[in-house]
Write a protein that binds this ligand. Structure first.
Ligand SMILES: Cc1cc2nc3c(=O)[nH]c(=O)nc-3n(C[C@H](O)[C@H](O)[C@H](O)COP(=O)(O)OP(=O)(O)OC[C@H]3O[C@@H](n4cnc5c(N)ncnc54)[C@H](O)[C@@H]3O)c2cc1C
Length: 493
């Protein structure tokens, strides 16, 4: 555990730093130094508040070592090769297999070889104090940190405790599953070898991305999807196009299939499905959702349920408290790094304003003190080949929410920029127009290279830009952005 830096002008630690049981007082204590906790600390320090940040594993969190960064480092060569193969004159040059060892080595670089030194330096640079160990609430505004050597440090927070402890992979309750040593997203993103045969259980983003990676690196991948298709939270055509491409790449995708038992015999994984099929593989990845890391953080000491998602208002304050905040994955609003960091910026500013006695704008008012985008404008890119990128509501979600909407669809193959991008370009776009308000409720793009398009849609949805005004945002020729023009033309009819 790191002993806090000596108090400076901005801090007011009430301690002699020498005893183990002394309580150290800060303005703010942040539990969890993932991307979200780091950003809360950054904003509270910018507001002049002394801040302690507690981390039990690695500063940088899941995103840096077992999620966003390693997964995207693995996907980039896969997608780049696929795209190059579709460009006549270039395709021949990239016919061969990927160099799996080089791909994994590049991934290691992007996971910082699972060392967090660089991020520790960053925490120091913002003037926050890092405590290494397991943090637990022990009552209102109180936290203890238990270090690996058993040493316990008590912290108190004058203004706020922010819980940013993230999530872990959720595994189904299957008898004997632990003995099988299944992969979760952690083992998949940090794998040092490519299995010959890989079973992927799940149909969400992690399943689709990891199936894409390992199929391209040489595994024979079988994806077992309980539901009707991949990417169920997006427009149906997103999952259909990604599944089509994965199938063409050689993966076996079985929908409507759940695993009823799993075992490992002489190193081989055997999974039996609900339909009675018996599948063998070298590894099995369960990409079956996430669970909040709140089971052992002392929630019971403040009247909350251990293991629960933490429900917050738009200032990220936990319902029923005036000092406890929860940001990022742990509040279950949007399990994405960029959205958690957005919440963190807001929470940090709110904590700063409340500590200074400044009034916040009324709830619901437009401003930077309320995470309103969580409700209507969350962007997400799935980095498969083709990419799937969506913001806001799907058609089904908009209808369920009671909006009077119309979906406008176009094929991206009608766009010159997409045709130039690669031969046989396949992709689709949909905008969901609110007919009463004349704005966009949601936009989805599926196709190679569309991830970078998404922010244009996010600006339109978050900014509630009237559809008529979008006519005056003229996309450049010949870029894939001209899909906007096709969508507007199709809408006008
Ligand atoms: C395979 C995969 C790929 C992903 N790809 C993307 C992507 O491309 N883009 C994207 O936006 N999102 C992606 N995500 C989601 C993203 O990883 C999360 O949304 C993000 O990491 C959440 O950040 P967080 O800070 O809330 O939690 P985490 O990153 O989980 O960090 C929480 C931190 O808290 C620490 N902690 C937990 N309990 C305690 C405790 N009691 N005491 C002290 N410390 C504690 C943990 O050790 C951890 O460091 C991906 C997720 C997965 C699984």
């Amino acid at each position: 555990m790191r002993v806090p830096r000596v108090a400076t002008a901005h801090t007011s630690h009430q301690t002699d730093f020498m005893t183990e049981t002394e309580t150290i007082a800060y303005d703010v204590v942040v539990l969890g130094a993932g991307p979200v906790g780091e950003n809360v600390a950054d904003r509270t320090r910018a507001a002049g508040l002394s801040t302690a940040i507690v981390e039990s594993e690695r500063v940088g969190g899941e995103c840096s070592y077992w999620a966003c960064m390693p997964s995207k480092a693995l996907l980039r060569p896969v997608v780049a090769r696929a795209e190059a193969r579709r460009v006549p004159g270039l395709g021949q040059a990239v016919r061969g297999p990927l160099d799996a060892a080089a791909v994994l080595a590049r991934r290691d670089e992007y996971a910082s070889h699972w060392h967090d030194d660089g991020q520790v330096v960053w925490v120091e640079s913002i003037g926050a104090d890092l405590y290494r160990g397991h943090g637990r609430l022990t009552g209102e505004r109180s936290v203890t940190v238990t270090a690996a050597d058993g040493k316990v440090t008590a912290l108190t927070a004058r203004h706020a405790v922010a819980v940013c402890t993230g999530t872990r992979a959720r595994l189904p309750e299957l008898p004997g599953l632990a003995d099988v040593r299944p992969w979760t997203s952690r083992e998949a993103t940090s794998a040092q070898e490519v299995p010959g045969r890989l079973l992927v259980v799940g149909g969400g983003v992690v399943a689709a991305e990891m199936a894409t990676v390992f199929q391209a690196l040489g595994s024979r991948v079988t994806v077992l999807v309980r539901g009707a298709g991949l990417l169920p939270r997006m427009e149906p055509f997103a999952g259909e196009l990604v599944a089509e491409a994965l199938t063409e790449a050689g993966a076996d995708i079985r929908t409507g299939t759940s695993v009823t038992s799993v075992s490992r015999d002489n190193g081989t994984v055997v999974a039996v499905t609900g339909t009675g099929d018996r599948l063998e593989a070298d590894e099995i990845l369960f990409a079956t959702g996430r669970a909040p890391r709140t089971d052992d953080i002392g929630l019971e000491t403040v009247g909350l349920q251990p293991g629960s998602w933490l429900t917050v208002d738009d200032t990220l304050r936990v319902d029923g408290t005036d000092w406890l905040y929860a940001c990022g994955d742990v509040n279950h609003r949007a399990l994405l790094t960029h959205q958690g960091k957005y919440q963190a910026r807001i929470a940090g500013d709110v904590i700063g304003a409340r500590a200074a006695g400044r009034a916040l704008p009324q709830p619901g008012a437009w401003g930077t003190y309320a995470a309103t985008a969580d409700h209507h404008a969350v962007p997400q890119v799935v980095f498969t080949d083709p990419e799937a990128a969506a913001v806001g509501l799907s058609l089904a979600e908009a209808e369920r929410a009671g909006h009077r909407v119309r979906a406008v669809d176009v094929h991206l193959s009608s766009v010159a920029g997409a045709q130039l991008y690669g031969d046989g370009y396949r992709g689709r776009a949909r905008m969901v127009v609110d007919l009463d308000e004349g704005i966009l409720r949601g936009v989805t793009f599926v196709g190679p290279g569309v991830g970078e398009l998404l922010h244009s849609a996010t600006v339109a949805v978050a900014g509630r830009v009237p559809v008529d005004r979008l006519w005056h945002a003229v996309p450049s020729f010949p870029t894939i952005s001209e899909v906007w023009l096709r969508l507007l033309e199709a809408y006008r009819g």
